[in-house]
Design a protein around this ligand. Sequence first.
Ligand code: GUN
Length: 299
Amino acid sequence: MAERIDGKEVAGEVIASVKKEAARLLKEKGVQPGLAVVIVGEDPASQVYVASKSRMAKECGFLSAHHELPADAGEAELVRLVEELNADPKIHGILVQLPLPKQIDAGRIIQLIAPEKDVDGFSFVNVGKLGTGELGTAFVPCTPAGSMLLIERVRGKDLSGLNAVVVGRSNIVGKPMANLLLAANCTVTIAHSRTKDLPSVARNADILVAAVGRPEMIRGDWVKPGATVIDVGINRIPAPERGEGKTRLVGDVAYAEAEKAAGAITPVPGGVGPMTIAMLMANTLTSACRAAWTEVPEF
Ligand code: GUN
């Protein structure tokens, strides 16, 4: 039976370290890390995510600025806000929650965020730095960065020669994940919906990362014995066994099957999920340390 990788525990350790380093930065340099979170509209899932990001920032001792624009806000209004935040020296991290309403060009807004405050790591500058291995000055997107920490807990920092398969090619998870694994000396395959014979590609993986957004698509017999399995998916599915209208969360991996073959596996919930928010705090602290010309802690 596989080791269950406890993302809550690792995220808790990251947060404890962020709190300690934030206190040190304030004491030694008089700098308090500042995170601005921007939401446009009332999408309930986004509201929940954004509220927990703002709450965690406060808990870490950060200045936490929460900006809410109405669902019908124009692009010009959001542009003005991002420009203000770019120019505000108290703000070290800017996060504009996605998706944005249709009338706003999300691509334009993402590229407007100053790269040195882009704690999501979505701007071309940060994508380029990750792609060329300039990890010392990049911001790495939070979910892949958190997944990487979990992989390192199981396998150590040097993953030389291991076969890594990333299922999913999104800009937010799949592509940056593949780049991180490549930087750690893995042999990397990116698989996706057009990949031929996906099960046999997956079976080659010493490290298998699932980020497709399809509930329990990856079956137990796709998992190489002893593999490290990282499940990024969070899918809500009907759970009539819990009562009428009830739902439950599952990942992209059929956990009960996969844990029989895997060496280690992340659960859903409680795996990658808690890491995403912890890495957002880590990125914001990193940004504040860079702005204060002080050493950046390692996570
Ligand atoms: N929406 C869902 N996940 C994310 C994320 O990581 N960053 C932003 N900005 N929006 C999101």
